[in-house]
Design a protein around this ligand. Structure first.
Ligand code: DAT
Ligand code: MG
Length: 138
């Protein structure tokens, strides 16, 4: 078993896809270890996405991520990081395979509905970022 961190981004919350995405999480066999409805301050978005700080879209990305409420969760499953990346599809929804979350719900490359950790190591640090001090239910 391994863990991943996922986020339902402001565009997907605004477009009322929270229920569908949580249903998909369960259907894909993930166990929810922690779940929170919250909103990022722009300074927190900047910290969360700091690996991208040199990229041209960084400013807009951080503004968009702080533009409305989000849902964040820590999930557990066999091969959690890679499985969730398969379920969400490519960063650009135009390149995402049919029935992936981004193909179904994303508006654009920037407003692409969901986040998923890219490694086990980043999963742990992203879970800590949002759930520090909180016991993960098991
Ligand atoms: P992913 O979310 O698939 O891991 P990433 O880590 O490369 O993609 O980028 C983080 C987020 O930044 C991505 O979900 C949406 C935004 N983004 C990435 N590339 C972009 C681009 N070329 N233009 C606008 N936003 C972009
Ligand atoms: Mg990424």
């Amino acid at each position: 078993m391994s863990k991943t961190f996922i986020m339902i981004k402001p565009d997907a919350v605004r477009n009322k896809h929270v229920g569908d995405i949580i249903a998909r999480i369960e259907k894909e066999g993930f166990k929810i270890l922690a779940l929170k409805y919250t909103k990022l301050a722009e300074t927190d978005a900047k910290e969360f996405y700091k690996v991208h700080k040199e990229r041209p879209f960084y400013g807009e990305l951080c503004k968009d991520m702080a533009a409305g409420p989000i849902v964040v969760a820590a999930l557990e499953r066999e091969n959690a990081v890679l499985h969730w990346r398969d379920v969400i599809g490519a960063t650009d929804p135009k390149e995402a395979k049919p029935n992936t979350i981004r193909a179904l719900y994303a508006e654009s490359k920037g407003a692409n509905s969901v986040h998923g950790s890219d490694s086990d190591e980043n999963a742990i640090s992203e879970i800590t970022f949002f759930f520090k001090g909180m016991e993960l239910v098991n």
